[in-house]
Design a protein around this ligand. Structure first.
Ligand code: NAP
Length: 531
């Protein structure tokens, strides 16, 4: 039985959100503790060590902006940083600002209970217990892995991996027969690298995904130096851009369906050649107009047909659903990989994985034998990590009960019935639909300002009102309903997890959101009850 530690704020998670929370709150003189289940910092980039893991936001923009010296001194080596480099960056930040001394590692939150009589949270872990006025959940949007309950999985005698929980050692697949289940962003990155090692690689695809080339390359030192010279302008421009990312292509205002063929093809070719998410900003109406969307989808299908030699494989790889209503993928030679003789694609859209056997698996009416199974089956996104903490608020109300019809937050920051709990990039905030680090900085700075304002006014509790949360959830949904996002079975909707309530969780539109948060604070935290 561990000890009970008293402090002002407990921050759960030592990824980018947790690290910045610890840094800012300590700076304001709060006694703050970090709890992290891993053995080191980095969050997403600590766990997702699968071959090929790489961020698909460009490295110069997927980084903290809060410290001018930090952003000047850190040297990125590639256009898109790989997982080892991002993890080194997180470790560097932690060392540079001496954050590790605030964090209890290998510490898993088992329960968090709010005590109304003292207005404090008791956070129970597998080690010590913590009692704090405030609880900040910086637990990440994609941190609870989803490993579906495949029949017979325990019987498999080979090695089993999940991309989101990759072992902390080198895994060498040389000479092995490897299966990959899933074709989302993680798989799209892992498959080309696994194919370099495996003797046979078989990909089990339930739904094909659209992927655009990343065109990763070593970062040009001149580009890096120039960016650093005008970093403030770049960051400022990103904050007023929906994606939080500045592309060399300005976002266009025109419609894809109205473009003439030559203009359309030239524009799409240019963006396809350049690579990256700027492809999806070629026309303003990709996300709202089905005809425009289909035209761009057809362009990508045309690229797949050109790249993939075998017509049947190309047909299976070509998605037919709305483009970009699931999170788009960026790749390095994904489609090309299927031209290798030892890489096979199995369509499991009809029957799924039927069974895992001692030596492999059954799917599409066939038996397959493997040495290793790699599950790239994604995450219980946005709510999984929060619900796993077994949080209980006022009157014994559990977060699971409060969210049985889907997550209900105000601004993705506060939850009615759960006073003094803050969710960093929680459901109802733009989070995964914008540059995550930018979104994290905005949230953590808002939380810092809130705690400082409360201290100044001698206040001890803050709680989102039910009315504010209800109208916020309506707002998030009404914006999503104006787009094509709800037309796919995406993890944005919780549709990837059997039984999860289907509701669109992130808010579309970062700049108006940040403005709204600012106004709420200026109006003495309108929509929150202060006590
Ligand atoms: P994902 O996008 O949810 O993809 C999971 C894949 O597994 C899908 O192809 C899914 O098929 C399949 N799958 C799930 N359950 C299955 C089952 N029971 N049987 C067969 N197939 C099943 O997960 P992810 O690839 O890990 O990516 C999640 C998110 O993480 C991304 O969307 C992105 O936001 C983030 N991410 C980012 C990066 C980056 O920055 N580069 C890299 C990786 C991940 P269905 O489509 O049919 O459900």
């Amino acid at each position: 039985m561990g000890s009970i530690e008293e402090c002002d704020v407990v921050v759960v998670g030592a990824g980018f959100g947790g690290l910045y929370s610890l840094y800012l709150l300590r700076q304001e003189g709060f006694d703050v503790r970090g709890l992290e289940r891993g053995t080191g910092v980095g969050g997403t980039w600590y766990w997702n060590r699968y071959p090929g893991a790489r961020c698909d936001v460009e490295s110069l923009q997927y980084s903290y902006s809060f410290d001018p010296e930090l952003q000047q001194e850190w040297e990125w080596t590639e256009r898109y940083a790989g997982q080892p480099e991002i993890l080194r960056y997180a470790e560097h930040v932690s060392d540079r600002f001496d954050l590790e001394s605030l964090i209890a590692f290998k510490t898993n939150v088992e329960a968090a209970d709010y005590d109304e009589s003292t207005s404090t949270w008791t956070v129970s872990t597998n080690r010590d217990t913590y009692r704090a006025r405030f609880l900040v959940a910086a637990t990440g949007c994609l941190s609870t892995t989803n490993l579906p309950e495949f029949e017979g999985l325990a019987n498999f005698e080979g090695d089993v991996y999940h991309t989101g929980r990759w072992p902390h050692k080198t895994v060498d697949f040389t000479g092995q027969r490897v299966a990959v289940v899933g074709t989302g962003s993680s798989a799209v990155q892992a498959i080309p690298v696994l194919a370099e090692q495996a003797s046979e690689l078989t990909v089990f695809q339930r739904t094909p995904n659209y992927s655009v080339p990343a065109r990763n390359e070593p970062l040009d030192p001149v580009v890096q130096a120039e960016t650093k010279e005008s970093y403030d302008e770049l960051r400022q421009a990103a904050r007023v851009e929906r994606s939080g990312i500045i592309s060399i292509f300005p976002p266009n205002e025109d419609s894809a369906k109205q473009a003439d063929n030559t203009e359309f093809n030239n524009r799409m070719d240019e963006r396809w050649e350049h690579g990256g998410f700027g492809f999806y900003r070629a026309y303003a109406d990709i996300g709202i107009d089905p005809t425009s969307n289909e035209r761009i989808a057809e362009y990508v299908r045309g690229q797949i047909t050109q790249v993939v030699d075998d017509p049947e494989t190309a047909r299976l790889l070509a998605p037919t659903n709305t483009i970009a209503c699931k999170r788009p993928c960026l790749d390095t030679h994904y489609y090309e990989t299927f031209n290798s003789q030892h890489v096979h694609l199995v369509d499991i859209s009809e029957g799924g994985i039927e069974e895992i056997t001692r030596t492999g698996l059954k799917a599409a009416g066939q038996d397959f034998e493997f040495d290793a199974l790699v599950f790239a089956t994604g995450f219980d996104a946005m709510t999984g990590a929060l619900l796993n903490m077994n949080i209980t608020g006022k009157d014994g109300c559990t977060l699971g009960d409060a969210w049985s019809a889907g997550p209900r937050t105000y601004l993705g920051l506060g939850v009615p019935e759960f006073p003094n709990l803050f969710t960093v990039t929680g459901p109802g905030s733009p989070s995964v639909l914008t540059n995550m680090i930018m979104a994290i900085e905005q949230h953590v700075e808002w939380i810092r300002d809130c705690l400082v304002a409360m201290r100044r006014q001698d206040l001890t509790t803050i709680e989102a009102t039910a009315t504010a949360a209800d109208s916020w959830v309506d707002h998030v949904n009404s914006i999503a309903d104006q787009t094509l996002y709800p037309t796919c079975n995406s993890w944005y909707l919780g549709a990837n997890i059997p039984g999860k309530t289907r509701v669109f969780m992130p808010l579309i539109g970062y700049p108006p959101y940040a403005e709204k948060c600012k106004q709420v604070a200026e109006n003495n935290y309108e929509g929150f009850r202060l006590g």
